[in-house]
Design a protein around this ligand. Structure first.
Ligand code: NAD
Ligand code: TYD
Length: 367
C-alpha cells in the first residue's frame, strides 16, 4: 500500500491521475496538494472527495514547511509532482509565475523530501519522488528528424519549457548528489476530460459550441504527438511500479498531427455529433456552424506564437521495452470520448470559462 502526495492534483492531468489511481489502487492513501490557481478546479476531484482515503490540502508547493508537514503527518512514501504553470502562451506574456512555481516550487519539494526522507534518524526505504515533465524540454524537430529519445540533449525554447527543463535538472541532481530516489517522465501533448479550455483541443470544442472562431497560429503545420490523458496516468503508474530509480522515461502516443489537421478532425466529429443527435441543437442553439455541418468554417488563421516550436515527437522505445508501456486508447476512441465528455459537461466548462469555478475557492480558502 502506498501513501501518495500528488501536487497539482486539481489540474487537468493531476485530477485524471487521481481518478485513475484511486480506482485501481483503492487501498492507497492519496493526499492532493494544490494552490487552486486559475488552472486548478476543486470540482475536478468531486468524485473522490468523500473517499476516506482521500485528503485535499490547499497550499503552494513553494511552501517547504507545509510540504514537510504533509510528508510527516500523512506518512507519505511517494510524491507525484504535477503542479506547474503549464500554458506556453502565458509563459510568453508572463514568465515570472513559471520560474516561481516550476523551478522554485520543484526545488522546495526536493528540499522537503530530502529533509524528511533522507536527513532524519533513519532513511525512509522505498520512497519515490516522481517528477512529471514534458517533451517540450527537448526543443523542436524538423519534419524529418528522428523522434526525441531520453538521450536527446535538452534545448528548451519557451519560458515554459526552459522552466520545466530547469526543474528536471534539479530532480536529477538531487538523485545524483543526495541519493533521493527519483524518476522523471517526459510526456507529449495530452487531451481528454477536465482540460482547461485555453489549450488547443478543448478551446476548439468549446468555441464550436459558442460559434466562435477557431484560431490557428501561423500556417497551422506545427506538429504535436497527442496522447489520451488516462494513458499518461497509466505510463506514470508503470514508472512508479517498475521504473528504475534515477531514470527518465518518455511517454507518447505514436500519434502525430499537424494542428490544422487535428482541428479539422475535431470539426468533422462535432458536425457528425450534431447530425446524429438532434437534441444537441436544442442544448447548444448558439452552435450554428456545427448545426449546419460546417464547424470548419470557424477556422481563422492568426499571428503565430513567438518562438513557436515546429514539431515534437516522442520515441518511447525505452518505456515500451523496459516497462511494457503501450498507449491503450486509440486516437479515434480517445477523441470521441473527449468530445462526448465536453458535450455532456457543459456546467464544468461554462463555469471554467466564466470564472465562477473560482468562487468556491474564495469562499472556502480566502482569509
Ligand atoms: P494544469 O495547468 O491543468 O494544472 C496545474 C495544476 O497545478 C493546477 O491544479 C494548479 O492549481 C496547480 N498549481 C499551479 N501552481 C501551483 C503551486 N505553486 N502550488 C501548488 N499547486 C499549483 O496542468 P496540466 O496540463 O495538468 O499539467 C500537469 C503537469 O504535466 C505539468 O507539470 C506539465 O508540465 C506536465 N505536462 C503537461 C502536458 C499537457 O499536455 N498538458 C504534457 C506533458 C507534461
Ligand atoms: P497548446 O494546447 O497550447 O499546447 P503546447 O503549446 O504545449 O503544445 O497548443 C498546441 C498547439 O496548438 C501548439 O502548436 C500551438 C497551437 N495553438 C493554436 O494554433 N491555436 C490556439 O488557439 C492554441 C491555444 C494553440
Amino acid at each position: 500500500m502506498k501513501k501518495l502526495l500528488v501536487t497539482g492534483g486539481a489540474g487537468f492531468i493531476g485530477a485524471n491521475f487521481v481518478h485513475y489511481w484511486m480506482a485501481k489502487y483503492s487501498a492507497d492513501k492519496v493526499v492532493v496538494l494544490d494552490a487552486l490557481t486559475y488552472a486548478g478546479n476543486i470540482a475536478n476531484l468531486d468524485s473522490v472527495k468523500d473517499d476516506a482515503n482521500f485528503t485535499f490540502a490547499h497550499g503552494n508547493i513553494c511552501d517547504q514547511a507545509l510540504i514537510e508537514t504533509l510528508l510527516v503527518e500523512h506518512g507519505i512514501d511517494t510524491l507525484v509532482h504535477f503542479a506547474a504553470e503549464s500554458h506556453v502562451d502565458r509563459s510568453i506574456t508572463g514568465p515570472d509565475a513559471f520560474i516561481e512555481t516550476n523551478i522554485i516550487g520543484t526545488y522546495s519539494l526536493l528540499k522537503a523530501a530530502k529533509k524528511v526522507w533522507l536527513d532524519g534518524k533513519s532513511i525512509l526505504a522505498g520512497h519515490r519522488f516522481h517528477h512529471v515533465s514534458t517533451d517540450e524540454v527537448y526543443g523542436t524537430l524538423s519534419p524529418t528528424d528522428p523522434a526525441f529519445t531520453e538521450d536527446t540533449a535538452y534545448a528548451p525554447n519557451s519560458p515554459y519549457s526552459a522552466s520545466k527543463a530547469a526543474s528536471d535538472h534539479l530532480v536529477r541532481a538531487y538523485h545524483h548528489t543526495y541519493g533521493l530516489q527519483v524518476t522523471t517522465s517526459n510526456c507529449s501533448n495530452n487531451y481528454g476530460p477536465y482540460h482547461f479550455p485555453e489549450k488547443l483541443t478543448p478551446l476548439v470544442m468549446t468555441n464550436i459550441l459558442h460559434n466562435k472562431s477557431l484560431p490557428i497560429y501561423g500556417d497551422g503545420m506545427q506538429i504535436r504527438d497527442w496522447l489520451y490523458v488516462e494513458d499518461h496516468a497509466y505510463g506514470i503508474d508503470l514508472v512508479l511500479n517498475k521504473g528504475r530509480v534515477g531514470e527518465n522515461y518518455n511517454i507518447g502516443g505514436n500519434n502525430e498531427w499537424a494542428n490544422i489537421n487535428i482541428v479539422n478532425k475535431i470539426c468533422q466529429l462535432m458536425n457528425q455529433a450534431f447530425a446524429d443527435n438532434s437534441g444537441l441543437a436544442q442544448r447548444y442553439p448558439e452552435a450554428l456552424a456545427a448545426i449546419s455541418g460546417k464547424a470548419e468554417s470557424l477556422i481563422t488563421y492568426v499571428k503565430d506564437r513567438a518562438g513557436h516550436d515546429r514539431r515534437y515527437a516522442i520515441d518511447a522505445t525505452k518505456t515500451r521495452d523496459e516497462l511494457g508501456y503501450e498507449p491503450r486508447e486509440s486516437f479515434e476512441t480517445g477523441i470521441a470520448r473527449t468530445i462526448d465528455w465536453y458535450l455532456n459537461n457543459q456546467r464544468w466548462w461554462a463555469s471554467v470559462m466564466d470564472g465562477s469555478y473560482q468562487e468556491c475557492v474564495h469562499q472556502q480558502y480566502d482569509k
